[in-house]
Design a protein around this ligand. Sequence first.
Ligand code: GDP
Length: 466
Amino acid sequence: MDQDTIAAIGTGLCESGIGIVRVSGGEAVEIVDRIFFDKRGRSVLSGKQTHTIHHGWIRTGEGEILDEVLVMLMRGPRTFTGEDTVEINCHGGVLVLKKVLERVLEAGARLAEPGEFTKRAFLNGKMDLARAEAVMDVIASESDYALRSSLDQMNGSLSGRVKEIRADILRETARIEAALDDPEHMSLDGYGDILQGKIEDILKDLNGLIATADEGRLIREGILTVILGRPNAGKSSLMNLLAGQERAIVTQVPGTTRDVLEEKIRLRDISLRVMDTAGIRTAGDEVEKIGVEKAKKCASEADLILYVVDSSLPLGKEDEEIWSLISGKKGIILFNKSDLPQALSPCELSRRMESFCPGEHFPLIVTSAREKKGLEELSETVEAMFFSGGLSRGREPVITNLRHKEALCQARDSMLLVKESVGRNMPEDFYSIDLMDACACLGRITGEEAGEDLIREIFSRFCMGK
Ligand code: GDP
């Protein structure tokens, strides 16, 4: 492994109260000692106990003060990377941080690559691959659900599960190998039946994890939500109300005739990616057609459709067009403008929709964008619809990472091959190959069987200083 001492700014590059320059490696303490001095101008760190904090000044080569800082001295292996680590708590100005980092580099450290601190933690056995990846997910979390599931994984919930399943498979492989090596003392008579039972258990475990991946995508990316409704029903008003103070990043998603606007909205613990299908409101034959096409495309890809109805007006022809888009999807009716005299009743609307989409049921929430009414109920309904039991359910980790899902699916495929071989009474060495493949797939999740390329690829996606 690379034994250089590395350094990077560990906090965001924006003005803030404090900022941290992180230094890790065999020479971390000596390097910082060359540039960090107490009020009498003496070096401070060498010989000091681990996990202690020291006050002083970072100085230039000419002895000028760069910043007044607090330095955290942590000697390995009881550190994040497992190596000696020094963290310099500077003032949080961008220029100050850059200058202190430059000074650390002048004193002998090398600039860290993205993710290199975490990569070292992994290579030094401080955490397995899935837990290291979860560190990144914790940083990127945009909703409470995402944060909770990433923290769970960082603490080893997924790794623990995967290791258990892998150990079950390894146990069977070892038994077969041992019997094949020493047929006089170990018999595999009747083992096929036992193995069938074990395979079923393992498949059940794998399928259980894979099944959480859909939920995982919603947690990671947010629920793709499309707001549909007739012109003036109150779509924009509701969208603004939803966005409230949490109004976040507005991104342009190219792809359709006119760009569709996507907005990230946080609804309590959940994040929604709301697509604004502005086109559907434009009148005029050709344009309207484009709008409807666009809305149809968005609706077909959506996880959730919010159908906004102006309850002060009777239903119109366009509503049926919208019902055909909701049909077969998860949808919620927002019965809007409830503050006005009503031309429609919730019962009538539900009845008409249910006869249009037989067998389907869409929850209806009475809202008033003007009076800010109905949002709480909407949050509860979305949560119940998508995360029925909440994330703490059964302590089963939720698969939020596509790489993990693919590895689990491959492990399942290998186990299905084993099942087939056993069912067809094939010789034992046949299934031991597929059992080993399944093990290898699971080992790629936790890192026991991850090649150098995969490891490099994973850590290169990390941010600087992590
Ligand atoms: P959109 O075309 O569906 O996006 O509808 P808008 O959000 O632009 O709203 C159309 C009009 O209805 C605006 O004048 C809004 O102020 C009004 N509006 C929206 N929601 C409500 C509501 O709940 N009550 C009342 N009284 N007016 C509303």
